[in-house]
Design a protein around this ligand. Structure first.
Ligand code: UDP
Length: 377
């Protein structure tokens, strides 16, 4: 066994950032990764149609965090990409998040100002002071008709739970717009890495102080690795503790079954992502990767997403029941010295890519007590 200072489990965002940070201060880092590739769920590759596709679903980077934006720009050029999503509802195609166009198309209204939109929402919404779950959050914003058409069944397909069974925060990810803004996000920085995320990760992990062991399950080899200064674990928290608090009540995760198809046409659909919030199909959305970065190919790759219970865990399921089970693991995790739980699965939190970058950077700063803005340029 070689001498290592820092052992990291998982080569996704959290693992890669911590590896890069520790390597930059001269630590010898070993990353143990179960899959046969780096980049976690951001992993992308050029497929048989010559199109850059993401193996685990589209990843749209957006952030208001100056420090995160500065950090990721060290490792890739980024081109501006303001993501848009449309939804097929009642044989119509409408923007999501709900904006003026969404309402006009679905209800044949003629709204054309912010004030009229606010009035329409006021007439339709059910005011709920502090929404305690996803259903109340949506009813409070847009009311029951849009709830039924755009949120209720999509959420059931995505989570196998109705919005009432999920925290308000899940549905609050989607805002409502009083104007014609049809962008999915409104952050200051919205961009994609030139050449893709895998290249970005290769660059983050370039330091020779970093060694990566792919296709290795940490739990099969952990006895071989002792004597390190710190361990960073980015896998599912319950797995770390051998599921000891989940014997009767399992911590829930959602996975996605991606069904990919080549279509012999220039384009299949008019937008990168088309959501299907109704009950007429079982999938949640169709992604056409060619749209990202306006890629060229005489064919096109489309991927239908079916969210499922079994399979690799992608999403924690935020609700009080799971929070309670997670709290039992967290209490134990907090007692471990020099073992740190980082990222979506280890923290059992549904956060975005930029938050994953930020959490890992912040953890490094806290542990090493370094000046936040002191990144190499
Ligand atoms: N959602 C919905 N209808 C949509 C899009 C989203 O009901 O057309 C709900 C659904 O519950 C989803 C949540 O809003 O899980 C957050 O959506 P987001 O696009 O952030 O999900 P992600 O891209 O992370 O899967």
């Amino acid at each position: 066994m070689k001498n290592i200072d820092i052992l990291i489990i998982g080569a996704g965002i959290s693992g890669a950032v911590l590896a890069e940070r520790y390597a930059s201060i001269g630590k010898r880092v070993l990353i143990i990764e179960k899959r046969n590739h780096i980049a976690g769920n951001c992993y992308d590759y050029i497929d048989e149609n010559g199109i850059l596709v993401s193996k685990y679903g589209a990843h749209l980077f957006h952030t208001n965090e100056e420090s995160v934006w500065k950090y990721v720009n060290q490792f890739s050029n980024w081109y501006p990409w303001e993501h848009k999503v449309v939804a097929r509802v009642d044989d119509k195609t409408v923007p999501i998040p709900v904006n003026i166009t969404t309402v006009n198309r679905l209800f044949d209204t003629n709204i054309n100002s912010e004030e009229e939109m606010k009035n329409w929402l006021e007439e339709n919404r059910i005011a709920i002071e502090s929404p305690s779950n996803g259903e109340e959050a949506v009813l409070n914003r847009v009311g029951p008709v849009l709830y039924e058409k755009m949120f209720k069944h999509y959420t059931k397909k995505q989570w196998d739970k109705y919005p009432a069974e999920l925290d308000a925060s899940v549905l609050n990810r989607i805002p409502v717009r009083y104007n014609y803004d049809d962008r999915y996000f409104s952050d200051t920085y919205q961009a994609l890495p030139e050449g893709g995320y895998t290249k970005l990760f290769e660059n983050i992990l370039k330091n020779p102080n970093i060694e990566i062991l792919l296709e290795t399950d940490y739990f099969d080899v952990k006895d071989q690795y002792k004597g390190y200064e710190k361990l960073f674990y980015t896998g599912p928290v319950d797995r770390f503790f051998d599921f000891k608090h989940s014997l009767t009540e399992k911590l829930e995760y959602r996975s996605i079954n991606f069904v990919s198809e080549t279509v012999e046409a220039e384009y299949f659909q008019e937008n990168s992502v088309v959501n299907y919030p109704g009950t007429e199909v079982d999938f949640t959305r169709i992604i056409e990767y060619k749209h990202f970065g306006n890629q060229k190919s005489d064919k096109t790759t489309v991927v239908c997403e079916f969210t499922v219970d079994d399979g690799e865990p992608y999403y924690p399921v935020p609700n009080p029941r799971n929070e309670e089970i997670y709290a039992r693991y967290k209490t134990e995790a907090d007692q471990l010295v020099d073992v740190h739980f980082v990222g979506r699965l280890a923290n059992y939190k549904y956060f975005n890519m930029d938050q994953a970058f930020k959490n890992a950077l912040d953890l490094f700063e806290t542990l090493e007590n370094k000046d936040k803005t002191n990144y190499k340029t």
